[in-house]
Design a protein around this ligand. Structure first.
Ligand SMILES: *[C@@H]1O[C@H](CO)[C@@H](O)[C@H](O)[C@H]1NC(C)=O
Ligand SMILES: *[C@@H]1O[C@H](CO)[C@@H](O)[C@H](O)[C@H]1NC(C)=O
Ligand SMILES: *[C@@H]1O[C@H](CO)[C@@H](O)[C@H](O)[C@H]1NC(C)=O
Ligand SMILES: *[C@@H]1O[C@H](CO)[C@@H](O)[C@H](O)[C@H]1NC(C)=O
Ligand SMILES: *[C@@H]1O[C@H](CO)[C@@H](O)[C@H](O)[C@H]1NC(C)=O
Length: 380
């Protein structure tokens, strides 16, 4: 991959200097929290979001891909019932996490911000979302199935561009501090596993494939670190073998090999992050066990106010799992969306995303989020 700006040394020196200076100033003049957003006594971290359709809020609207959600019934519960590109009836997981931090929704897609160059440097300080539906950790992922999607490396390159603009706007020292205080959320990997299950990958051995995923993931997280990122909120892979797209082809049952891969991915990511935090000074992370969170909803839905965990709310055919949520193509849509775990053949409802976000941000169980939760990460 292209060499990335390695501002590591420069950044940490300036950061320390800056902390020292701002410490003296806050002692001398009292800290007026000029550049810190306070909302209900919760500090709102700036969010930069990466990954796939679980957190895409409209990136793919601009791409030549069939993985698009800017069509009804998507967005049916979004303000004004507009389809925005989110694969959800309303707010998706990116939005729900942002909402737990006091925002209304996810920061906008990077590709929306770049449409208006004159305001870019100002707007990027509010965060950005780089996630692209259908994409994965590997370059090739999603391409055969969905066409043009922005894979993780591309998203990191886009952040590199954003990072340069942030420096131009704030100056290097302040930019370092700004980026190191921001929260980097990443939700990726499902599409890599789907492509593996479709036999679209060049590697056919699951262990080798997982190792390739982790190695590439490692490089991209390290690149973000090199650009000054310090706080990483990572979501692992849900039991994707239980999504209606898969169960509808398996007599209604979950596809176990795919779930086993998702479990193995979690363990590997856990060691990867432990490894990174021992290697990289100041690296902080929080890993969400999306598998276990979703499994808990599947096993004990009533505890969470869910009644339907098999069938998608919106879709076509058996379990609404045999085609996308596309009104024009004749998709069904359910009435009580808050009863359902699955919105469409691959994605959770707004309600399920909210349950996950609450656990990630405020949860006190290290089973679900560890070693700290996202709100502790933001404060760290
Ligand atoms: C996947 O494809 C490769 C060739 O590209 C083939 O050798 C292998 O048997 C296929 N595996 C399955 C499970 O279809
Ligand atoms: C963890 O770090 C060590 C060096 O500190 C390295 O040898 C090892 O390959 C790393 N493991 C992973 C999974 O990246
Ligand atoms: C939705 O379905 C219509 C009619 O089949 C089709 O023309 C359109 O391309 C579909 N849209 C998406 C995003 O799949
Ligand atoms: C997680 O976050 C909340 C704040 O939202 C905090 O009160 C709680 O102690 C945290 N959980 C753990 C395990 O520390
Ligand atoms: C976590 O919080 C819940 C309430 O939100 C409480 O019932 C439970 O005892 C807490 N668990 C731990 C380990 O602190």
């Amino acid at each position: 991959m292209a060499p990335l700006f390695s501002g590591k040394k420069k950044c940490s020196i300036f950061t320390n200097l800056f902390f020292l200076l701002s410490f003296f100033f806050s002692v001398a003049y009292g800290n007026n929290n000029n550049d810190i957003n306070i909302n209900n006594n919760v500090k709102k971290p700036t969010l930069f979001i990466f990954g796939d359709s679980t957190v895409d809020v409209g990136t793919n609207n601009f791409l030549k891909t069939t993985a698009k959600a800017n069509i009804l019934y998507n967005g049916i519960d979004f303000p004004y019932s507009i389809p925005t590109g989110r694969f959800s009836n309303g707010y998706n997981t990116a939005d729900q996490i942002a909402r737990q931090f006091g925002y209304m929704e996810s920061p906008p897609p990077f590709l929306v911000l770049t449409k208006r160059p004159y305001s870019f440097k100002r707007k990027i300080l509010g965060g950005a979302n780089f996630a692209s539906a259908g994409s994965g950790i590997l370059r090739e992922t999603g391409r055969k199935q969905w066409g043009e999607v922005k894979f993780l490396e591309k998203q990191v390159q886009q952040f590199k561009y954003a990072r340069e603009k942030i420096s131009e706007k704030l100056g290097e020292e302040k930019a370092c501090r700004f980026v190191s205080n921001s929260l980097f959320l990443i939700s990726v990997g499902s599409n890599d596993l789907f492509d593996f299950a479709r036999n679209y990958t060049s590697i056919h051995n699951p262990q080798q494939y997982l190792a390739a995923l982790q190695l590439t993931y490692f490089q991209h997280i390290k690149s973000l670190y090199g650009l000054g990122a310090r706080k990483f909120g990572i979501l692992s892979i849900a039991p994707i073998g239980c999504c209606p797209a898969l169960t509808s082809q398996n007599k209604g049952d979950c596809v176990k090999p795919l779930n086993d891969l998702a479990i193995a991915f979690y363990s590997a990511t856990n060691s990867l992050l432990q490894n990174l935090s021992s290697q990289l000074l100041g690296f902080k992370y929080s890993l969400g066990n999306t598998f276990l969170m979703t499994k808990t909803l599947l096993d004990t839905p009533l505890n969470f106010g869910l009644k339907e965990t098999k069938s998608a709310c919106c879709g076509i055919g058996y379990l609404n799992g045999q085609g996308p949520c596309n009104k024009t193509a004749g998709a069904n849509v359910c009435y009580d969306r808050n009863n359902n775990l699955f919105w469409d053949w691959f994605h959770p409802t707004e309600k399920a995303s909210e349950l996950a976000a609450k656990t990630l941000v405020h949860g006190n169980s290290t089973q679900f989020v560890s070693p700290i939760n996202f709100s502790q990460l933001a404060k760290a």
